[in-house]
Ligand binder design. Structure first.
Ligand code: GTP
Ligand code: MG
Length: 201
């Protein structure tokens, strides 16, 4: 089964995207498989509302290991199952918490085998200096992603007023990426994301 992996900084909206995208594809509930760094696997069933309540949040590093759901999408006349995997957010600093350090390592290790990389950026937090500062974790993901080809840059939180003007800075800083502005919270921009996922599963 092909796997789409969602990566990005903590709090960029990865988990919200995973759950609302599942809803957009018609799921009413999800079976989330959690896989820790040392390969311990557990599975839990959530309604989408429960999932958002329990797995999303303002606190940084709410997600600390891999969280996968199997979703189904119709491509042409065929129904195709694919795995959508949410990950521990990655930042530049070496985190003081060992679990989070391992979670970040797990995210990075998964990139090589991913069939599609969905790189989430919080559009409300970036500014025009992004183009000058090329040593951010987002640049690292971008440089890796454009070489890999199956790579999409999602400018999230586009519903926020502060995000609107920043789209131009994101596309200027990452000129070789396909950029889609989305609101994971309000399921906006999902049609374009779905079309790209369909081409890669
Ligand atoms: N306004 C707005 N808020 C959003 C959007 N997407 C996510 N959020 C909020 O941003 C916060 C973080 O969302 P999460 O989905 O938990 O972010 P994450 O990237 O999974 O974070 P970690 O698991 O900590 O790495 C939550 O309070 C969400 O409600 C969006 O499109 N618009
Ligand atoms: Mg998360």
């Amino acid at each position: 089964m092909r796997e789409c992996v969602i990566i990005g900084r903590p709090n960029s909206g990865k988990t919200m995207f995973a759950l609302n995208f599942a809803g957009y594809l018609g799921a009413k509930s999800v079976d989330v498989t959690f896989r820790t760094y040392d390969d311990l696997m557990t599975c839990r069933h959530f309604s989408l509302e429960e999932g958002k309540r329990e797995l999303c949040g303002m606190a940084l590093h709410k997600t600390r290991s891999l969280q996968s759901v199997v979703l189904r999408m119709t491509v042409g006349k065929t129904a195709v199952n694919f795995k959508l995997t949410d990950t521990c957010g990655v930042s530049e600093q070496i985190h003081q918490d060992g679990t989070i350090r391992k979670g970040m390592a797990q995210t990075i290790a998964l990139l090589r085998s991913a069939d599609l990389i969905l790189h989430m950026v919080d559009l409300s937090l970036i500014g025009k200096n992004l183009i000058n500062n090329t040593s951010t974790i987002d640049h690292e993901f971008y440089n890796y992603g454009i070489v890999r080809k199956s790579y999409l840059l999602l400018g999230n939180k586009y519903d926020l007023h502060s995000a609107k003007d920043n789209l131009v800075h994101l596309t200027a800083a990452f000129p070789k990426a396909t950029v889609i502005p989305i609101s994971a919270l309000y399921s906006q921009g999902f049609k374009e994301v779905k079309a790209c996922v369909a081409r890669n599963i």
